[in-house]
Design a protein around this ligand. Structure first.
Ligand code: PLP
Length: 394
């Protein structure tokens, strides 16, 4: 009667959601301040004041019909131009409005790309640790997700393993930097190495291998680290961007896809993006918030709060004795679990009301994800619990 695949997908919640729901109940029992919930990647830093100002100005300046009507399928033309100009200023690109497709966030953007590209049997490669939703997005598009095991030394790309997995069926590579869950930012050297492989393999197989850059955390980086803008390195790149994290607007669902002119057969590829968005009914992203973000293209939420959280938590965990690669961006720490079974470790952590997420679903067993987009007080209060948990293993 039903699609068994969709039933399975809908009836099993993700481990992150399960832990979050457990946390909700536990907070009702013992008080919010006594549960150290590091499960969800929901920004806790408020949207910048500019967002509120933009909303008020739009409500006052524009007629309700103009503000709330459908936009063109790929988005409001002026908004697309404003975003293109901002990208050009920041990354020295030459985009126009026609290179931008407005969406309801990064998840929609990457789903649209997968569906625009996938034919039966096509493979999409990603690098562990990776955002677990890629699996269902790629499968829904009819493709197969291939995961390159993690390089747990620094969470850059594991090229030896990648070389074993790329093949004629590879349609695209999806990268996420700054990364959820490791916080790693791919260096320029990593990107250059990846691009050289893609050029070489595209020529060898006689078809392009596309690059999809999933970058909702682009602005959330620390210590002035450089985040390469991938279309500058590789023509066949889609950039999937979102304002969910940079402007702390995850509930308002706005993002976009960049399809540069240099993309092979640009008109055909852009038409496939439009067709995919249509098939998924992701056309006409919400009109009001398209206009809001256009007024805030160069704003970000206060990143210094995340940076401070990272410093406090990373330094404290290292001092206690946890092993962890220092994250350079996003708002996650990804330390090693203190036993090989990260699920068992996260169960033990619950004894101290520490809610952590096992790395297995991110394709990286033996690690745990700590989402530190929380109030700084929660981090301070949680440190004794991390210490007690560590001591239990000594
Ligand atoms: N990609 C990654 C790596 C993410 O971490 C997230 C959200 O947490 C998304 C995509 C989805 O972003 P959005 O809320 O803009 O759809």
């Amino acid at each position: 009667m039903l699609s068994e695949k969709m039933y399975q997908l809908g009836s099993r919640s993700s481990i992150i959601r399960e832990i979050f729901e457990y946390g909700r109940k536990r907070k009702a029992e013992i008080g919010v301040e006594n549960v150290y919930d590091f499960s969800l990647g929901n920004p806790n830093v408020p949207a910048p004041e500019a967002v509120k100002k933009a909303m008020i100005a739009l409500l006052e300046e524009e007629s309700p019909t103009a503000l709330h009507s459908y936009t063109s399928a790929p988005g409001n033309p002026e908004v697309r131009c404003t975003i293109a100009e901002s990208i050009n200023r920041r990354f020295d690109m030459k985009l126009e409005g026609k290179n931008i497709y407005m969406t309801t966030g990064a998840a929609a953007s990457i789903s649209i790309c997968f569906k625009a590209l996938a034919n039966e049997g096509d493979e999409f490669i990603t690098f562990a640790p990776f955002f677990p939703e890629y699996t269902c997005f790629v499968e829904a598009a009819g493709g197969k997700l291939i995961v390159v095991p993690a390089n747990i030394e620094d969470f850059q790309i594991n090229f030896d393993e990648f070389d074993q997995l790329i093949n004629e069926k590879t349609k695209a590579i999806i990268v996420n930097s700054p990364n959820n869950p490791s916080g790693a930012v791919y260096s320029e050297a990593t990107i250059q190495k990846l691009v050289a492989r893609l050029e070489e393999k595209s020529a060898e197989y006689g078809h392009p291998i596309f690059l999809i850059s999933d970058e909702p955390y682009r602005e959330i980086v620390y210590d002035d680290i450089f985040v390469p803008y991938l279309p500058k390195y590789y023509n066949n790149t889609f950039v999937c961007y979102s304002y969910s994290k940079s402007l702390s607007l995850p509930g308002d669902r706005i993002g976009y896809i960049v399809v540069p002119d240099e993309m092979i057969e640009f008109p055909k590829v852009f038409a496939a993006i439009a067709g995919s968005a249509r098939a998924l009914s992701y056309v006409c992203a919400p009109s009001f918030f398209q206009k809001v973000v256009a007024k805030c293209v160069e704003e970000t939420a206060d990143i210094s709060i995340y940076e401070n959280n990272r410093n406090v938590l990373y330094n404290a965990l290292k001092e206690i004795g946890y092993e962890c690669v220092k994250p350079e961006g996003a708002f996650y720490l990804f330390p090693r679990s203190l036993e090989p079974d990260a699920y068992a470790f996260c169960e033990k952590a619950k004894k101290y009301d520490l809610l952590l997420v096992p790395g297995d679903d991110f394709g990286c067993p033996g690690h745990i994800r700590i989402s530190y987009c929380v109030k700084p007080e929660q981090i301070e209060r949680s440190l004794p619990a991390f210490k007690k948990l560590f001591d239990e293993y000594q």
